[in-house]
Design a binder for this molecule. Structure first.
Ligand SMILES: *Cc1c(COP(=O)(O)O)cnc(C)c1O
Length: 375
């Protein structure tokens, strides 16, 4: 693929470029559309046609402009454009988290007693090739109906145990400001709902969506948290930084959830740079997910031992709160994956591994010390 860099550069100087609706209207969803921006060889056309027919794809002109066409393994290209690897025989299923069985109503996933994921929309600015909600965003209806949002709100209203609501999708920020405002207003009126979180990749894939109007509306609904999704330091562009800073300036704490992906961020160096650059724009690395055993993602999955090794490599080598928790999501909830720093007990001592690779002996007798005993 050879991108028409002149065309993209010219577009990027127009006012329309900064309008998220223009980015959505001009999203590239077919080989023909892509050919307006790039020269593709026959093999690339065939790959996009066959792999792309399994799971729809779409990229904003903004995301296309970030692709490095001189790098066949470009981390941005591999997250968004279909590749032949998706058709390889695979162990994976279509709904690895069995969300269907954890859904009391179509739009709500209720795994933990006190919090729910509320799927308010089934469209996204781009379709990540490893999306575990593929089963959901695959639907031909482009939006979750008003009815399923209504059912979800009624369900949450009827369960006083729910204190934390996570708006997800699809990407909730694909909705208009008015509709988001409406949902947040209803949730805020429920006395048991203590916090609301929004999960959105728009700061990464459509930073133009973070407008002054959106931010002003969101800040009315505090305490509101936002979790976004960056996987590679190259995604932290000036546009993304502007969007993240605008959210942080509005007092919205931002976390990042990335997915460990083969050839994209499965190295200590890339993960460290990603986490450190996120901190510079006031985003706290929250989770790194093991890529789900999802049909069509065998080429992107990393052995869990390697993931643990990468996370282990960050400890002691970067800011403590810059280190996310590596987790495997399961139908029962998220399972943290880590190497143990605890080694074993030796009499009154506990042996631990240190970030410098030594064993430290900590005096730590079993049982509570008796304050009446003097020695
Ligand atoms: C991830 C998730 C949550 C939130 O989990 P936290 O560990 O609190 O971030 C809630 N519900 C579902 C179904 C989830 O998958």
């Amino acid at each position: 693929m050879i991108l028409d860099r002149d065309l993209l550069d010219r577009l990027a100087t127009t006012i329309d470029w900064n309008d998220w609706r223009w980015q959505m209207r001009n999203s590239i969803r077919s080989v023909e559309a892509l050919q307006n921006y790039a020269t593709l060889d026959d093999a690339e056309v065939a790959e996009l046609e066959t792999a792309g027919s399994r799971f729809r794809w779409s990229v904003t002109p903004y995301v296309l402009s970030l692709i490095d066409d001189t790098d066949p393994r470009c981390p941005i290209r591999r997250q968004h454009l279909p590749s032949g690897g998706e058709l390889a025989p695979d162990f994976g299923s279509l709904d690895p988290l069995q969300e269907g069985t954890n859904s009391p109503t179509k739009s709500v996933v209720h795994v933990y007693e006190d919090r729910v994921a509320f799927k308010v929309v089934n469209v996204c600015p781009t379709y990540c090739r490893y999306c575990f909600r593929e089963y959901f965003v695959k639907g031909s209806d482009t939006r979750s109906s008003q009815d399923s949002i209504r059912e979800g709100l009624d369900y949450i209203a009827s369960r006083p145990a729910i204190r934390d609501v996570l708006l997800t999708g699809g990407d909730p920020l694909m909705m208009s400001d008015e509709r988001i405002d409406g949902i947040l207003t209803e949730l805020r009126a429920m006395p048991h709902v203590e916090i609301v979180r929004i999960g959105s990749r728009t700061p990464c894939t459509l930073p133009q969506r973070i407008t002054d109007g959106l931010v002003a509306m969101l800040r009315k609904h505090q305490p509101l948290w936002l979790n976004t999704h960056f996987n590679h330091p190259d995604e932290l562009t000036p546009e993304a930084s502007r969007a993240l800073n605008a959210l942080a300036d509005a007092g919205i704490p931002i976390g990042n959830q990335s997915v460990l992906l083969a050839g994209i961020n499965d190295s200590i160096d890339v993960m460290k740079r990603l986490c450190e650059q996120l901190l510079r724009v006031r985003v706290r690395p929250y989770y790194v997910y093991q890529c789900q055993t999802l049909e069509g993602t065998a080429h992107l999955r990393v052995p869990i031992e390697r993931g643990i090794e990468i996370m282990d490599g960050l400890r002691g080598n970067t800011t403590g709160f810059g280190i996310p928790t590596y987790v495997l999501d399961t139908p029962d909830g998220k399972v943290p994956l880590s190497a143990s720093w605890f080694v074993r007990r030796d009499g009154d001592e506990v042996l631990v591994r240190t970030p410098r690779g030594r064993i430290w002996r900590e005096h730590n007798p079993v049982g509570r010390p008796d304050p009446t005993t003097t020695t």
